[in-house]
Design a protein around this ligand. Sequence first.
Ligand code: SF4
Ligand code: SF4
Length: 402
Amino acid sequence: MGASALCPTPPAAAPTLENLFEFPEGRRILTCIQCGACAGTCPYGEAMDYPPRRIIAMLRAGLIEKVFQSDSLLACVACYACMAKCPRDIRLTEVLLPLMKEQALVNLPELPAELQKALQNTLRYGNPMGESSRKRAAWVPSAGVPIRILHENPAPVEVLWFVECYTSYYPRGQDCSRATARLFHALGIDFAILGNEEKCAGECGRLTWEPGLFETLMDYNMAVFQKYRFQRVVTSCPHAHNAFKNRYTSIGFHYDLDHTTPFLARHLERLKPLLKRWLDLTVTYHDSCCLGRQNEFYEAPRELLRAIPGVKLVEMTHNRVNALCCGGGGGGMWLDTYYKSRGMDRLSERRIREAAATGAAVLAISCPYEVSRFEDAVKVMGFEKQLRVRDVTELLAESMEG
Ligand code: SF4
Ligand code: SF4
């Protein structure tokens, strides 16, 4: 795969670069005051020939082709920092940058191999790792509690838990799934999963380079949803949460929606008496870009952590809206080798340096991308004896099962 897209382009009703100014979010570009807040906050701004402020200027001057001929857009990890800081509410991460990336794909001779492979796998197997869909629920028997799979028992259910890819296949992600299942079970939540009928929600395809791939996955998952009766979708993945909230609604997604962390925080009064084991840990929490800057779920994970007996919560210098990105969004998950070849430092390592400086023993997370990125960074930087990476659900389950 080189300059051609994997799938057909999305419907004409969506904004494109050609018709951008027919849409309110496109016309908003004309209000840019070139303040540079976006470029200044961008974690890879210095590495880009064209950081976001210049991209806007080039677009307005009709010189956007020059941006496509550079590799600036490959350095965008969809962290929402530019969008959160823009005084004109220009929706860079959500609208403009995905359109740019789609167009840039036509100009690039070839996508970096690792990213290309992840997108091909997602199209072919429904997950970026290229694992068989038959293995998607292989972790279920080891959860230690009953987990209903809808195609085996299609009776109506209250909560459809959309597990997502890394939490289904990646071993440390599976730890988070097992912990989540045990928490749901202890709280008496009526839940079920899709098992091997579930495929990637597609958000990274959309924010990366492949809106056509996103449309394919969205249509597929919606068709599966429509086979069953449930009231609420709860997902372990902030990227899937974003996709459902912002995009799936265009084709009829009307269910109540939650990410696991705020969902559990709403059950905190029932959860607290179950948290019996004293963990005696200093913990610092990493705000995922999608959960934090994009959805402003800053307090729910912190409330859960504070509820665990013996947990002392400390903050990193950059937290909440100013949190540093792990570098995994917008395709960054599969671009580390490429970034290294360009002499760029890994964002996950910047974050680990900051987490270690707090003196915390645990870096708590709530996005399935982060466990692999941060555990690798901890190892590379030699912090293994000082710092462990744990999902919020893992810490809750550990305290509950003491
Ligand atoms: S932060 Fe907003 S207004 Fe300022 S340069 Fe960037 S896009 Fe323009
Ligand atoms: S979304 Fe993040 S990485 Fe992408 S341009 Fe904006 S600030 Fe930079």
